[in-house]
Design a protein around this ligand. Structure first.
Ligand code: UDP
Ligand code: MG
Length: 310
């Protein structure tokens, strides 16, 4: 008998939490499952609604954080308390279509895959600028990292216990799940789906939020940017050394008077800029190392109805 744990992060989703439970019950009437709602410090009635559902539905569990810790922390908390042999992670806003669940569950239970993951193949209904930057992010990440992210990969996935145990072993504070899922490996079946727009509630992702998230991802999973300054530094010092010889020879042979204010000021500004960027890259890694060494918990639970079994 398959027992599935469905881990669902929620942040200000008072309307979605009810719809989600109904939709799952409709899609999987015969399956034995639990829904673990993680209330990520919502400021609306999300927790109240979840508690109401949990009172009448024993399949619904919840973990409520002391404040907003972010979706990554919420997923981690959910995975930690999931009891199932198979574990699913999905969004509560129904943008991760529950209709894919039977196929995903089939992939891990019958087809012998370790993971079934959903991949969004169309971005219809999404702002063009978001799609553009998202595409750019995948290109950049895959160019600088030796780990390859699948474009359009989402956090919507069904995994075997073994995979989740491996994910939990990565207990880092800076959690970039897309990278973590890829990093642990295992056989993955990709299931394509078309983008679905939100019906209720609002997305919490802002443009700057996405840029920040992308930088976090790159810093968390590759150290290539740290080498960029070495390469640039070598190129520029070689070039300037050659230029120096040229200038000296020109002076000796033609006794050219000193000139070139424009060259001077542009090269000073350009190199100054490059140095600041390099220091910036370095600081980003230092910041992450600093936060990691503090060893702070990834989340803090305020209340829950999950019995601590670990
Ligand atoms: N979410 C969360 N904590 C946050 C932000 C979002 O748990 O700080 C949840 C949110 O409730 C939803 C999922 O993460 O279930 C995806 O968020 P959203 O729909 O806002 O992102 P999008 O689908 O637009 O990428
Ligand atoms: Mg969404």
């Amino acid at each position: 008998m398959v027992f599935l744990s469905i881990v669902v992060p929620c942040y200000n989703e008072e309307e979605s939490v009810n719809l989600f439970v109904d939709e799952i019950e409709r899609t999987l009437p015969d399956l034995d499952y639990e829904i673990i709602y993680i209330n990520d410090g919502s400021s609306d009635n999300t927790l109240l609604n979840i508690k109401k559902i949990a009172e009448s539905n024993p399949k619904v569990k919840y973990i409520s954080f002391s404040r907003n810790f972010g979706k990554e922390s919420a997923m981690y908390a959910g995975l930690k308390s999931a009891r199932g042999d198979y574990i699913c992670v999905m969004d509560v806003d129904l943008q991760h279509p529950p209709s894919l669940l039977p196929e995903m569950i089939g992939a891990v239970t019958v087809e012998n895959y370790d993971v079934a993951a959903a991949r969004r193949v169309s971005r219809a209904g999404e702002p063009k600028i978001k799609s553009f930057f998202s595409h750019l992010f995948y290109k950049m990440f895959n160019a600088v990292s030796n780990m390859q992210l699948v474009e359009g990969a989402t956090d919507y996935r069904v995994m075997r216990r073994m995979v989740v145990d491996s994910i939990l072993e990565l207990s880092e504070y800076n959690r970039f799940s897309k990278g973590i899922f890829e990093w642990v490996g295992f056989d993955t079946k990709w299931i394509a789906y078309e983008n679905i727009e939100r019906t209720v509630g609002e997305t919490t992702w802002s443009f700057w939020g996405l840029i920040h998230y992308s930088i976090e991802g790159i810093v968390a999973f590759t150290t290539t940017p740290l080498s960029i300054s070495i390469v640039l530094g070598s190129v520029f010092s070689t070039a300037s050394f050659l230029y120096m010889i040229f200038v000296i020879l020109k002076y000796i042979l033609y006794s050219d008077p000193i000139q070139g204010y424009t060259t001077l000021i542009t090269s000073i500004l350009f190199l100054g800029g490059l140095q600041l960027v390099s220091i910036g890259i370095l600081s980003k890694y230092l910041e992450k190392t600093y936060l990691e060494t503090k060893n702070r918990p990834v989340f803090i639970v305020k209340e829950t109805n999950v019995d601590d079994k670990k």
